[in-house]
Design a protein around this ligand. Structure first.
Ligand code: BTN
Length: 244
């Protein structure tokens, strides 16, 4: 799959731009939308994504899938595995917190926002990735929850290109693997970097918060938790509120 690049110095959100402009996309290509700065960067659950100029990687991958044979839920995890592999080359041990967070040393380094729309003949995806790259400790302090950056972890500045180039290659490889075989072929790799492995979690279902033990993530990208009687239950949505 060839790529088409759309770069902006300043934009509200690469994600919103992709969703507003996909009608003009060549659907046979992978569209990669990047910005130096976002004025209205969005995270999951409509949270704000702090996107100051040239200190983070702000990218949306957009592509069309004509007839997807599998649940698309695992695409966030496939993207997480892509960035975990890239960042390993920067000396970082990235763990993935279901369904969309990248963690290093118990702090959030980045997040993934997966959105999709059914269109004629198939489905278009918008996978947004935000990574704290050159954010100083001072800037990280502005983020509500414990956050870190590549700079804070490695004490080195990194260029966005040095992350995005390998990410593009690995993303294409992983996307093809996923579209051909589903998430099953990634399950072993995922558990090796699963942040929740061995942990007890507080899981918010919307109407109640439950305490369970993490078991695994399954081939549909669902979170499998176990209650005190050893009974397993699968969840496709919900929020991890806490862990120990
Ligand atoms: C999260 O952790 O809640 C997901 C954060 C996703 C942020 C990225 S930055 C690029 C793209 N554009 C946006 O407005 N959001 C995503």
């Amino acid at each position: 799959m060839d790529s088409v690049y759309h770069h902006f110095e300043k934009i509200n959100s690469t994600q919103d731009w992709a969703k507003e402009n996909f009608h003009a996309f060549d659907l046979s290509k992978l569209h990669i939308i990047t910005a130096d700065q976002q004025l209205k960067g969005r995270g999951r659950l409509n949270r704000h994504w702090h996107s100051p100029q040239k200190t983070g990687l702000y990218v949306t991958f957009s592509f069309f899938v004509p007839n997807l044979q599998f649940s698309f839920n695992p695409l966030s995890l496939v993207t997480g595995l892509t960035f975990a592999e890239v960042l390993q080359k920067f000396g970082l041990q990235v763990l993935l917190k279901w369904p969309n967070d990248l963690y290093v040393n118990n702090k959030k380094l980045g997040g993934i926002l997966t959105e999709t729309k059914e269109i004629q003949g198939g489905r278009i995806f918008f996978i947004g990735v935000g990574l704290n790259v050159n954010m100083s400790l001072d800037e990280l302090a502005h983020i509500e929850r414990p956050a870190t950056s590549i700079l804070a972890e490695t004490h080195k500045n990194s260029s966005m290109k040095s992350i995005l180039q390998p990410a593009e290659t690995i993303f294409k490889r992983n996307l093809k693997l996923f579209l051909d075989h589903g998430f099953e072929v990634f399950l072993k790799d995922f558990e090796e970097v699963s942040f929740l492995a061995g942990k007890k979690v507080l899981f918010d279902l919307g109407h109640e918060v439950i305490e369970r033990k993490y078991c695994r993530v399954d081939k549909d990208g669902a979170l499998v938790l176990k209650d005190q009687n050893g009974q397993e239950q699968k969840y496709v949505s919900g929020e991890i509120k806490g862990w120990e």
